[in-house]
Design a protein around this ligand. Structure first.
Ligand code: HEC
Length: 139
């Protein structure tokens, strides 16, 4: 084989490796991306969350105001007991008067948030091909 042909085959091999690597990085870990869906009640709860600007004091996945705690996994902490906080006016949280139905909707919202993942999430693993695997609730 002359030198030019050798260079060409090395070049083609590199292109192939690059293609396989790119394909792997962009397609692995995306299988369960839509596995958390909100039911109608949770969607109403999200609307209440937005309308009442809860995020001015609370964070979801670390984003939001810092007067109250992060609520991403509040459902894991208290389960249905989350409802007892909503109208209680604890500390500097305003006294709301959510109906039973609205409390249930907010609870469903927190439930689906909780199913979507962990925060803070420090359980991160690097794969040999350079991707990052974080602990999630879908597998
Ligand atoms: C003015 C700021 C403020 C707003 C607005 C606010 N909260 Fe709070 N919230 C707080 C504070 C402060 C606490 C008490 C934290 C504690 O006791 O440790 C709290 C506690 C909570 C808790 C209990 C969390 C825990 O882990 O103890 C829940 C659930 C909650 N709020 C939900 C909501 C919802 C839903 C809304 C919107 C409808 C809302 N909050 C709006 C400040 C606020």
């Amino acid at each position: 084989m002359n030198e030019q042909k050798q260079n060409l085959s090395v070049f083609i091999i590199l292109i192939l490796l690059f293609t396989v690597h790119t394909y792997t990085v962009y397609t692995s870990g995306t299988e369960n991306i839509n596995s958390t869906r909100m039911n109608t009640s949770a969607i109403k709860g999200k609307a209440l969350w937005q309308k009442n600007n809860c995020t001015s004091c609370h964070q979801i996945y670390g984003l939001g105001g810092y007067l109250g705690p992060d609520l991403t996994n509040v459902y894991s902490r208290y389960g249905d007991g989350v409802k007892s906080f909503l109208n209680a006016g604890i500390e500097s949280m305003p006294v709301y008067s959510f109906s039973d139905k609205e409390q249930q909707d907010l609870l469903e919202f927190f439930k689906s948030l909780n199913e979507s993942g962990f925060y803070p999430n420090k359980d991160v693993e690097k794969t040999w091909y350079g991707n990052i695997k974080i602990r999630d609730k879908t597998r």
